[in-house]
Design a binder for this molecule. Structure first.
Ligand code: GLN
Length: 488
């Protein structure tokens, strides 16, 4: 059962081959037996999961099954869940229980899913390796010496280890796509505004977007179907109708124009990844796609631009964690200033503090124009590059990351080398575009990802291309050996 996709599990449930309760037990057992070492979950909710599974089974019996009726899933621990801890991977929120559900959580409940628990992540979604979590790093199911990627590493690793058939993640600069690539699963970052951010703890509000993580593009289509759409509680969510994402999955690729940005290849890219990308391009070309070289000439500015805008926004967003209203409070504060200083000093980890310092600096009087405003101008140029490219092409294709998963500890002492992991993903967030990472092969026995980028609200096109690719390849079917057996 654990090897099946969500679409296959729905079939099995509909045919009565298994119940949601049985399915949920299988996944809970796998988590119980094998997650201790992997650390993909921060909180597991077995009692609530079994209760929800039984309710899903009853709905099915009554002929009232909904879209994802009885399918177990996991949420990144940054999405507020009523009555269940939401820690954001931080000591600051280690005991925070939200009084309400995020809209995305509500929508997945309404779609009939069964919540297994909350997944590990880099603290407040800042990181690319999951080593910034207060709860310790997530290990990569393909090789426990390697990082899972981040910040949604708990979600991607739990899907890869078959602890859950699907999960949610959030992506501010690559945090769905980069760990999806490093764990060998499929992850979709929707267009900014496609999925409500209400109840998703904010990191950088103009960049954050939640999306699905699963084994296949088809499963991502099912999950996106449930979470996309306007939400009056989030004024940045888009008032745009939601198409049927599965309807387009089987469209032919004949005549599809795929652009390869020359800036995504060559220097900095692992040659073995480049070879895997070229192989993928050939497969898509044989399926009828037309390949063109394009240029996104401001790509080299994406990381410095992001590391002005994201810290600026997070320094503002995280100012609410002051030891008074939410989360961690230091012991015996001497006075108000001491309360602020020690609560924040003890509550936040090193990377979060680094970002808060950077953000406060670039927003301070005298520097605002030269850093923050300048970064916003460059952001516009990066966005224009994409719009220029989409005049002649339908989809952009390239690597998700410059290299496969690195070893735990390798980049911890050098934040800039960690930041460079997102070189191909960050510009997409700056422009607010949708993008997907799908498994594209292995380098040194570690998975690598292929990234597809589309124009605004064209998630359907991304899912179509990825689905067609997955009909012609089997990278997405590979399971890490340690997690192959059904008893695991
Ligand atoms: N790795 C990037 C960062 O550390 C992106 C994180 C994200 O997408 N949440 O900020």
């Amino acid at each position: 059962m654990h090897t099946k996709t969500i679409a296959e599990l729905l079939n099995s449930l509909n045919k009565g081959e298994c119940s949601s309760e049985e399915l949920t037990k299988i996944y809970l057992d796998r988590i119980k037996n094998y997650d201790k070492n992997m650390n993909t979950f921060i909180t597991v909710t077995p009692d609530a999961a079994l209760k929800d599974a039984r309710a899903a089974d009853q709905r099915r019996q009554k002929g009232e099954a909904v879209l994802l009726n009885g399918i177990p899933i996991a949420h990144k621990d940054l999405l507020c869940t009523k009555g269940i801890k939401t820690t954001c991977g931080s000591n600051m929120l280690h005991n925070f229980i939200s009084p309400y559900d995020a809209t995305l959580v509500t929508k997945l409940k309404e779609a009939g899913t069964v919540l297994l628990g909350k997944t590990n992540m880099d603290e407040f979604a800042m990181g690319s390796s999951n080593e910034n979590s207060f709860y310790g790093p997530v290990l990569n199911p393909w090789d426990t010496a390697a990082v899972s990627g981040g910040s949604s590493g708990g979600s991607t690793a739990s899907v890869a280890a078959r602890f859950t058939p699907g999960a949610t993640g959030t992506d501010t600069g690559g945090s769905i796509r980069q760990p999806a690539a490093l764990c060998g699963v499929t992850g979709l970052k929707p267009t900014y505004g496609r999925v409500s951010r209400y109840g998703m703890v904010a990191f950088a509000s103009s960049l954050d977007q939640a999306g699905p993580i699963a084994k296949t593009a088809e499963d991502c289509a099912l999950l996106l179907q449930a979470i996309a759409g306007l939400d009056i509680k989030d004024s940045t969510s888009a008032d745009k109708s939601v198409p049927d994402y599965r309807a387009a999955l089987n469209d032919s690729l004949a005549g599809l124009r795929i652009g390869l940005p020359k800036e995504f290849f060559g220097k900095g890219l692992d040659p073995s990844i480049e070879k895997s990308i070229q192989d993928a391009v050939k497969i898509l070309e044989n399926a009828g796609a037309i390949i063109k070289e394009i240029s996104l000439s401001n790509t080299y500015l994406a990381i410095p631009t992001y590391y002005v805008i994201a810290p600026a926004e997070c320094s503002s967003n995280l100012s609410r964690f002051d030891g008074v209203r939410f989360g961690y409070r230091c012991e015996n504060p001497k006075n108000l200033e001491d309360l602020y200083k020690r609560s924040r000093g003890e509550g936040f980890g090193a990377e979060v503090k680094r970002r808060l310092l950077m953000g406060t600096y670039v927003l301070s009087a005298g520097y605002y124009d030269s850093y923050y405003l300048q970064a916003q101008r460059v952001r516009k140029l990066i966005t224009q590059d994409f719009q220029e490219a989409f005049k002649d092409i339908d989809i952009i294709l390239g690597p998700t990351t410059p290299a496969p998963a690195f070893n735990l500890g390798d980049k911890l002492k050098d934040p800039v080398s960690m930041y460079l992991c997102d070189i191909y993903t960050i510009s997409v967030n700056l422009a607010g575009l949708p993008a997907l990472s799908m498994p594209g092969g292995f380098v040194n026995n570690r998975p690598i990802g292929i990234q597809l980028i589309a124009n605004y609200f064209e998630e359907g096109k991304l899912l179509n291309v990825a689905h067609q690719f997955q009909q012609l390849t089997d990278w997405h079917k590979k399971i890490p050996t340690a997690f192959e057996e059904s008893s695991k």
